[in-house]
Design a protein around this ligand. Structure first.
Ligand code: GLC
Length: 438
């Protein structure tokens, strides 16, 4: 049994830490300009201009079953879809707004089709809900808001009533949790309590340059997060909630970074359940001209970086405004699919290796929860020999994972082993050794 003890939280994370790998889906009006999901804020687009996207939103190639099939084939076990992103547009038939997919030429409830299709494939379903809302007339104008640079931004902000917005937010969260069956994850995004708390990525740098003294911040009180969470738990006690409503809940969600250590649950000595989230390229929403896509090695490595430190990975796809995945997203999913088909058992039900094991140079380790299998992921493929310390007395049998071929070992000094790996790297994105322990 793994010796790592996780901090117990209210939601049920037992399936989550087993499944390890999920699909994030960012879909909304911003898929049409195809220049980043923050486009309304980045280009400070006024409401009348943004309205065009609403008027023509019609993802005619959208097929939730196809999305679900692709997620499953890629080895993903759960998904999280943006029910509403910062632009405020809802992919569900909310009775509290007209700004929703059912009122566009498309006319369909995307959340409904999504939950049904993903459940039918046996995947767990999550919803992302943006706390921020750049469409709602009562949402404050602040440093991220598209109207922040208007000369009369201050005047425009007068009379905006965040209490009304809060009510809207609570109502909508109730809707998505009651109208679509059991939702497994609620993924909030995000709070920015002060300048110091804003992380240093480019979006935030840009926003900070717009900051004015009168502008407000957002923390748990802005959302009345305590009551919000109370309501959510009443509807569904098991649901997994992330930490971005500014109250620590079940999971922590570092974004676009390589986590080097398993984080502790704040204020305790216990380990937290965490999930890193990444994009294939630089943006979450479909970005036509963004060409800096991760290489296959980087993609698999991103997954291994998480699991080898006790975390999950949720990898994002931004469907095109026609509703399908473009060729780059499909190719990227295939990379995962091919690798996971043969290497999946080094991921599912696996976690960080016990402290008694040290990863050889250029390798990452994962270990099965029952402790019986140890995986050595050779990120830097060695030349014909892989040396590992403190393993000789524990090893029963070794093989390459992707083809189950035996790996012969040689004792090299005190408790040190040399594994005779093939001289040429086998044709697999990252080659993994499977060690059966005594
Ligand atoms: C962010 C961004 C966003 C994205 C998200 C995913 O904070 O605002 O566009 O949806 O993180 O983690």
């Amino acid at each position: 049994m793994s010796s790592y003890k996780l901090k117990k939280t209210d939601g049920d994370t037992s399936w989550f830490v087993n499944d390890r790998f999920g699909m994030f889906i960012h879909f909304g009006l911003y898929s049409m300009p195809a220049r980043h999901e923050w486009i309304k804020s980045l280009e400070e687009i006024p409401e009348e201009k943004y309205e065009k996207y609403f008027k023509y939103f019609n993802p005619d190639l959208f097929d939730a079953k196809e999305w679900a099939k692709k997620a499953k084939e890629a080895g993903m076990k759960y998904a999280v879809l943006t029910a509403k992103h910062h632009e405020g547009f809802c992919l569900f038939d909310s009775k509290y707004t007209d700004y929703k997919s059912t009122n566009t030429p498309f006319g369909r409830d995307i959340v409904k089709e999504y939950v049904e299709a993903f459940r039918a494939e046996g995947l767990k379903v999550g919803l992302y809900y943006s706390l921020i809302d750049w469409h709602h007339p009562d949402y404050q104008i602040d440093l991220f808001h598209p109207r922040r640079a208007d000369e009369d931004a201050f005047e425009q902000n007068q009379g905006r009533d965040m209490a009304k917005y809060r009510e809207y937010l609570h109502n909508q969260v109730r809707e998505i949790l009651t109208n679509y069956g059991k939702i497994d994850i609620l993924w909030f995004d995000f709070s920015y309590p002060s300048k110091e708390k804003i992380s240093d990525n480019w979006v935030n740098r840009l926003a900070l340059s717009r900051y004015k003294e009168w502008m407000g911040w957002t923390d748990k009180n802005t959302w009345d997060a305590e009551n919000l969470i109370k309501m959510i738990r009443e509807i569904n006690p098991d649901i997994i909630i992330n930490n971005r409503a500014n109250i620590d809940q079940d999971i922590f969600t570092p974004e676009q970074t390589l986590t080097t250590e398993w984080m502790k649950y704040p204020g305790t000595d216990e380990l937290a359940v965490w999930e890193s989230c990444h994009t294939f390229s630089g943006s979450w929403g479909y970005f036509r001209d963004e060409m800096s896509w991760k290489t296959p090695e980087m993609m698999i490595r991103t997954l291994l970086d998480s699991v080898s430190r006790g975390g999950n990975l949720i990898m994002n796809v931004g469907p095109t405004s026609r509703g399908n995945f473009d060729y780059r997203a499909n190719d990227a999913l295939d990379v995962f699919g091919e690798w996971m088909k043969v290497n999946g058992r080094s991921i599912y039900g696996c976690t960080k290796a016990e402290p008694e094991f040290t990863a050889p140079n250029g390798c990452l380790l994962t270990q099965s929860e029952d402790g019986k299998r140890l995986y050595v992921h050779m990120i830097d493929y060695p030349y014909s020999e892989l040396i590992m310390e403190n393993i000789a007395d524990k090893l029963d049998y070794a093989q390459l994972l992707h083809d189950g071929s035996e790996i012969i070992t040689h004792q090299r000094g005190n408790n040190r082993l040399a594994f005779d790996v093939p001289g040429i790297k086998p044709k697999t994105t990252i080659c993994t050794l499977e060690l059966f322990l005594k």
